[in-house]
Design a protein around this ligand. Structure first.
Ligand code: GLN
Length: 537
């Protein structure tokens, strides 16, 4: 039975960024879900980009794509992976999107001659957006994570909006503040002052946090908890320790031990009898911590210095590895490195190669070399999006002898444009939100490796690209043993490739990594781990 009204939890961050607000929010959502509540999460990002789709991964890490085609913050990936639910356009909003809506309304004359201001127009738009997610959905709890750190100029309208919502919704709102308790090695002490200041900053904006989640390298003893409670006006039970964890997947268990779920339910007057049930989650952790095998997987990409750029791929490998009781040692290899170094020296002990998605020409020849190595040495291979396009180019150049074949994204003059721009993309001028985005149907040919992997004839997978296989060359590729195992029948797009004479060689135009969760590891990654295991024997 759903609760009589939806409860709203707002999570803010203080002291520094990168405290893991996304993981704490996702963990709280997970433990509430494990007690039978219907929970969703959203992220409010204070930057002015309308969405992160146009951002370079070096800025904010991976751009995560939802089923309905929104380009979103990577925290949404954590939400889906933890909760095993799907998020949507409405789960992520930026300052840019809010202002765009308000300015469009102003141009339409919707404000009837009024001066348009941050308060109330921007804040009303923010509040409307927060509430929209829960409308008509029977959510018991909506958790809203506010990006940035309290005190940032750009997050002020968001903070003001949630302050107002407390008054609009009265009992149904709870504020959680995530903060840092640093350890000073010179005095051998944990320090609470930054937290006190951070809470003061929130109080200046009219928000009294109900619960403090304190990130720390060391356990918080009673005296520290009492001190924080006293100085920050919260009950001692509401000072929750969030100690550095072995993996992000441990955090829900740590939050349960700290009774975060109990305190939240008490504060929000949620009466539930159910004990948390995390059987599947614990089984996953048990497998993760007690692997029986280990394999080496190489991820070839051009943003490997910032691991967040490929976070969904890395997490998918963890899910699939745990399911196979296998520790996956991931080697992050810069594609440019392969342009100057011999593949053998870099990839010799590797049991599986992934060529990552991406845009532009930097490091592309390194990626193509990696495909060549995987194909000819018969090493399990997964090419994702640009990675599949590189596999097509490699096959064209080295098997079909199409000299300098390429994707027109990389060489618009190539004599053999084996990857070309999709028809509907040719007329587009704007960059933001104009790729082929979100879930599309793909029909799988029976008897193929892909069919064996999915054990299904139709799948829905998420896309983010402008270029595609050039159908003019289908026959030539097929005649030399390349198989188009998955197609979009509606507009004849070749969605996947594989190679007959290879134990496990898959290229996918879509992104399987967006759909892997702890409870449902993705079949493609499961397949890659199994093939890698065979290779390692
Ligand atoms: N740059 C390629 C395209 O636009 C691949 C995109 C990707 O890897 N996500 O088609």
């Amino acid at each position: 039975m759903p609760l009589s009204s939806t409860k709203y939890i707002f999570v803010t961050g203080g002291v520094t960024s990168s405290l893991g607000k996304g993981i704490v929010s996702a963990s709280l959502a997970k433990i509430l879900q494990s007690r039978g509540l219907n929970v969703t999460i959203q992220k409010l990002d204070p930057y002015i980009n309308v969405d992160p789709g146009t951002l370079n991964p070096y800025e904010h890490g991976e751009c995560y794509v939802t089923e309905d085609g929104a380009e979103t913050d990577l925290d949404l990936g954590h939400y889906e992976r933890f909760l095993n639910i799907q998020t949507s356009q409405n789960n992520n909003v930026t300052t840019g999107k809010i202002y765009q809506t308000v300015i469009n309304r102003e141009r339409n004359g919707d404000y009837l001659g009024k001066t348009v201001q941050v308060i109330p127009h921007i804040t009303n738009e923010i509040k409307e957006h927060i509430l929209k997610l829960g409308k008509g959905k029977d959510y018991d709890v909506v958790i809203t994570e506010i990006g940035g750190t309290v005190g940032d100029i750009e997050s002020l309208p968001f903070i003001e909006s949630i302050r107002q919502l407390k008054w609009d919704l009265n009992q149904d709102v709870l504020f959680i503040h995530l903060t840092l308790i640093p350890y000073l090695s010179t005095s051998g002490e944990l320090k609470t002052k930054p937290t006190q200041h951070s809470v003061k900053a929130l109080l200046e904006y009219g928000i009294q946090p109900d619960i403090l989640v304190c990130r720390s390298e060391y356990h918080l003893d009673d005296s520290i908890r009492n001190k924080i409670a006293l100085f920050c006006n919260v009950e001692k039970e509401c000072v929750i320790e969030s100690i550095d964890a072995k993996t992000i997947y441990e955090v829900p268990i740590l939050m349960l031990k700290e009774k975060l779920d109990t305190v939240v339910c008490e504060k929000l007057k949620i009466k539930i009898e159910n004990k948390p049930s995390l059987t599947k989650w614990k089984k996953f952790l048990n497998n993760l911590y007690n692997p029986k095998h280990s394999i080496e997987i190489a991820l070839i990409g051009k943003y490997v210095e910032l691991k967040d750029s490929y976070i969904s791929i890395a997490e998918s490998l963890i899910h699939a590895g745990a399911r196979n009781k296998t520790k996956v040692n991931l080697h992050w290899i810069h594609s440019s490195k392969l342009e100057t170094q011999d593949c053998e020296s870099v990839l010799k002990n590797i049991h599986g190669i992934i060529v990552a998605p991406g845009f532009g020409s930097r490091g592309i020849e390194g990626k193509i070399k990696a495909v060549h190595y995987a194909r000819t040495k018969k090493i399990p291979f997964l090419g994702i999006c640009l990675g599949m396009q590189c596999a097509v180019v490699e096959f064209a150049r080295n098997v079909l002898e199409m000299e300098n074949a390429n994707s027109i994204e990389i060489d618009s003059e190539t004599k053999f444009p084996v990857i070309s721009m999709m028809e509907q993309q040719k007329k587009l001028k704007k960059m933001g939100g104009t790729m082929r985005l979100g879930a599309y149907k793909c029909d799988i040919e029976k008897g193929t490796l892909l069919h064996n992997i999915y054990k299904k004839e139709t799948i829905l997978e998420r896309h983010r690209h402008r270029f595609e296989f050039n159908n003019k060359y289908v026959k030539e590729f097929e005649s030399k043993g390349l198989i188009f195992s998955g197609k979009n029948s509606k507009n004849q797009l070749m969605e996947t490739i594989e190679i007959k004479e290879h134990p496990w060689f898959i290229g996918v135009q879509y992104h399987p990594e967006y759909k892997s969760t702890v409870e449902n590891p993705h079949p493609i990654f499961l397949g890659l781990i199994e093939a890698g295991l065979k290779q390692s024997l």
